[in-house]
Design a protein around this ligand. Structure first.
Ligand code: CA
Length: 220
């Protein structure tokens, strides 16, 4: 339940989605036009389709219409420009399960992907653990040893990325695009600020700084 088809012709956006999904344990495949999107979607080899509306050869609405016309029940999340609300409503009536307005933060898309896959019966862990740190994805509370704490939305999103990639060096850019979105100013120091917040809650030694490379969640 983790093979995801991404139909998106803008490389910046498809890269952003592909990398994010891969680091969260999904297996993404990218196609860049509507005809390939329909072919792949009909193959039965995918569990979910992320479908851009503005695609070459066959637009997202046409893909969706043909897909539903063939009685496919593949969950579909459509990607639409923020000023195309009318289109979006049409898309939902045309058989999409959900939509995302561009630009969006990766975590927002991830939440929708998980929701749709859960609909079709996937069993996903609801607690992520590394060393003494465990994060409950439903209550959004973190436990460190015996201590249980609440997290803000961004602290939660940041810690989730760390816990899904434990003992791995994550660059500031990776964290920024995961938690804050691809349109966020790359010169921002917001990642450092939130790492500091997390260290205050988890203990400073849990998140290592690797100068010039990024940060690493560690249990050592
Ligand atoms: Ca497009």
């Amino acid at each position: 339940m983790n093979r995801i088809l991404i139909a998106e012709d803008e490389p910046r956006i498809s890269d952003f989605i592909r990398k994010g999904l891969r680091s969260n344990g999904f297996t993404p495949t990218v196609v860049t036009d509507g005809v390939s999107a329909l072919d792949h979607a009909m193959s039965g080899e995918f569990d979910l389709l992320i479908l851009d509306i503005g695609l070459p050869m066959l637009d997202g609405f046409a893909v969706l219409e043909r897909l539903r016309g063939s009685a496919s029940s593949l969950p579909v999340i459509i990607l639409t420009a923020r000023d195309s609300v009318t289109d979006t409503v049409a898309g939902l009536e045309g058989g999409a399960d959900d939509y995302m307005a561009k630009p969006f933060r990766f975590e927002e898309l991830l939440a929708r992907v998980r929701l749709r896959l859960r609909d079709v019966g996937s069993q996903e862990a609801t607690v992520l653990t590394h060393g003494p740190v465990s994060l409950d994805l439903r209550t959004r509370r973190v436990r460190v040893g015996e201590k249980v704490m609440d997290l803000s939305a961004r602290e939660f999103a940041l810690l989730e990325v760390f816990l899904r990639n434990p003992e791995q060096v994550l660059s500031r850019e990776q964290l920024l695009s995961h938690v804050w979105g691809y349109d966020f100013d790359p010169g921002s120091n917001v990642v450092d600020v939130y790492v500091r917040y997390l260290r205050r809650k988890l203990g400073a030694e849990r998140i290592e700084t690797l100068r010039g490379m990024g940060y690493r969640l560690t249990a050592r």
